[in-house]
Ligand binder design. Structure first.
Ligand SMILES: O=c1ccn([C@@H]2O[C@H](COP(=O)(O)OP(=O)(O)O)[C@@H](O)[C@H]2O)c(=O)[nH]1
Ligand SMILES: O=C(O)[C@@H](COP(=O)(O)O)O[C@H]1O[C@H](CO)[C@@H](O)[C@H](O)[C@H]1O
Length: 232
C-alpha cells in the first residue's frame, strides 16, 4: 500500500513508500517530550515500526513512550547514545533506519518523509537533518556543526559497520561522519527540517547541570575525534 501525498508543509504530488523503514528514538530522561516525538512518527508513513530505546532513564520516559504507542526497548542501565542506537538497529524490523532525538519540539510527519525519501529512493546512503526556522540558538548550533545532528536516516548495515559503535556515546554522530569521510563511495545528504528545534541541556537540567552535561558531551565527542578512551 502507498500513502498518498499531499503532506502538510510542502511535500505535494508525491508518493512515499511506507513499511520499509524503522524509526528509532534513543531516549534518556525525556519524559517531557518523548510522547510528542512518538506521535509524530506514528502519524508518518513509517508508523509500522516506531521504537523507543529507553537508555536507563530514571524518569517516566518508558511509560510515556509506551502510552503514546511506541515499541519500547529497555536497556538495563545508561549505556550512552551510540549503544542505544545500536540496540535500536538490532531490534529494527527493516533495513532502513530513521533516527530521531526524543527531545524534539515541533516534529511533524513530513520531517520524517524529508529525511527518509533520499534513502528510500537510493539517492543517499545517509541523510542528516538540519534545523531551520526553529529557534535561533538551535538553528545556529546546527548550521555551525551540522555533523552533530541526531536526525538521520541510514541503512542498517552501514550503521552497524561503524567502528566501536556501542562505545561512542555522544561521539556517535562524529563516528558516522568519519565513517562516510573514509568511504567516498558512501553518499551523505543534508536535509533542512523547517520549524524544528529541541530542548537544550540547560533547559532540561538548569544552567549549572546543563553546562556540566554539555561539557561531558563535548568530551565524549572529542573522545571519538581523538580516539580517546571514553571517561565516565
Ligand atoms: O546517554 C544518553 C544520552 C542521550 N540519549 C538520547 O540521545 C538523544 C540526543 O541527546 P541529547 O538530547 O542530550 O542531545 P542534545 O540534543 O541535547 O545535544 C536524546 O534523545 C537523548 O535522550 C541517550 O539515549 N542516551
Ligand atoms: O547541536 C549541538 O551542539 C548539540 C548540543 O545540543 P544542546 O546543547 O542540547 O542544544 O546537539 C547535538 O549533538 C549531539 C552529539 O553529536 C547529538 O547526539 C545530538 O543528537 C545533537 O542534538
Amino acid at each position: 500500500m502507498l500513502f498518498k501525498a499531499p503532506w502538510p508543509g510542502g511535500i505535494t504530488d508525491q508518493e512515499v513508500k511506507p513499511l520499509s523503514l524503522s524509526v528509532i528514538i534513543p531516549a534518556y530522561n525525556e519524559e517531557r517530550t518523548v510522547a510528542d516525538v512518538v506521535r509524530a512518527a506514528l502519524a508518518s508513513p513509517y508508523r509500522d515500526d516506531v521504537i523507543v530505546i529507553n537508555d536507563g532513564s530514571e524518569d517516566q520516559t518508558a511509560a510515556q513512550a509506551q502510552a503514546a504507542g511506541a515499541r519500547v526497548l529497555e536497556l538495563p542501565e545508561n549505556r550512552g547514545k551510540g549503544a542505544a542506537m545500536k540496540a535500536g538497529a538490532l531490534a529494527a524490523y527493516y533495513p532502513a533506519l530513521l533516527f530521531l532525538d526524543a527531545d524534539l519540539i515541533g516534529l511533524r510527519p513530513e520531517h520524517l518523509v524529508h529525511l527518509a525519501t533520499p534513502l528510500l529512493e537510493n539517492k543517499a546512503d545517509m541523510t542528516v537533518g538540519i534545523f531551520e526556522q526553529g529557534r535561533s540558538t538551535t538553528d545556529l548550533a546546527q548550521l555551525v556543526a551540522p555533523y552533530l545532528s541526531g536526525q538521520r536516516a541510514i541503512r542498517k548495515e552501514i550503521l552497524l559497520d561503524v567502528y566501536a559503535l556501542a562505545d561512542t556515546r555522544y561521539g556517535v554522530e562524529v563516528a558516522l561522519t568519519r565513517h562516510f569521510r573514509d568511504r567516498p563511495h558512501l553518499r551523505s545528504q543534508a536535509v533542512f527540517l523547517s520549524g524544528l528545534t529541541h530542548r537544550m541541556k540547560e533547559e532540561k537540567l538548569g544552567l549549572v547541570e546543563g553546562f556540566k552535561a554539555r561539557m561531558k558531551m563535548y568530551w565524549e565527542v572529542g573522545s571519538v575525534i581523538l580516539d580517546r578512551e571514553p571517561r565516565d
